[in-house]
Design a protein around this ligand. Structure first.
Ligand code: G3P
Length: 249
């Protein structure tokens, strides 16, 4: 069975109620490929999750941008996986490079969060990716393998995981990876999964690309054999997000 195309919109720390309603309206009014062709998930900031979930057309799902690593309790400022599950939020993004870099999230911590979120019934978009320095020093594959390994050591069932390859140098920079660069890393990640989990997991797990995806570059990127969709930042707040979803067709 083929891997269904997946398009995620990561709204990051952006938006007012008015702006969020505008994006929801755009998504609700646009003609999109059928859910059998593409899975679409948008990820607003926590505070807008209930609003977006209640107003969005049902075939588009929502994701939180993070959750806590264990059962909730005395962790001021955190949101637990149980709370997301309780609200009926199906997805969570974990390990985004902004959190790894700005909040010092380690591979192990991200792996623990992935395992805990899955155990609470959430589906996970798990982000990996190298910095420019790491790419230039030739350690891209080593870096993404180590990030993926920390997840693989803690998880046996990959059914509810989508891996997002997001090279840090391409995020928010307008400097998108070439289709060949994306395909190379996606293929290596798939080979890594085959060798370290199982050939079935490697074959069925969606590996999506993130980093300056836009309406103009999405088609060629999405046409690569191992690119199973996108995690979109800036462009997910604009009408061109619809074009990116349509790249699935
Ligand atoms: O998670 C999505 C992301 O980090 C890419 O952001 O703005 O480069 O599309 P952007």
């Amino acid at each position: 069975m083929g891997r269904k195309f997946f398009v995620g919109g990561n709204w990051k720390c952006n938006g007012t109620i008015e702006e969020v309603k505008k994006i929801v309206k755009l998504l609700n009014q646009s003609q999109l490929p059928p859910p059998g062709v593409v899975e679409v998930v948008v990820s607003p900031p926590y505070v807008f999750l209930p609003l977006v979930q209640s107003e969005l057309r049902p075939e588009i799902q929502v994701a939180a941008q993070n959750c806590w690593v264990k059962k909730g309790g005395a962790y001021t400022g955190e949101i637990s996986a149980e709370m997301l599950a309780n609200l009926g939020i199906p997805w969570v993004i974990l390990g985004h490079s902004e959190r790894r870099a700005l909040l010092n999230e380690t591979n192990e911590f991200v792996g623990d969060k992935v395992a805990y979120a899955l155990a609470q019934g959430l589906k996970v978009i798990a982000c990996v990716g190298e910095t420019l320095e790491q790419r230039e020093s030739g350690s891209t594959l080593e870096v993404v393998a180590a990030q993926t390994k920390a997840i693989a050591e803690r998880v046996t069932d990959w059914t509810n995981i989508v891996v997002a390859y997001e090279p840090v140098w391409a995020i928010g920079t307008g400097k998108v990876a070439t289709p060949a660069q994306a395909q190379e890393v996606h293929l290596e990640l798939r080979k890594w999964l085959a060798a370290n989990t199982s050939p079935e997991v490697a074959e069925s797990t969606r590996i999506i690309y993130g980093g300056s995806v836009n309406g103009a570059n999405c088609k060629e990127l999405g046409g690569q054999p191992d690119v199973d969709g996108f995690l979109v930042g800036g462009a997910s707040l604009k009408p061109e997000f619809i074009d990116i979803i349509k790249a699935a067709e």
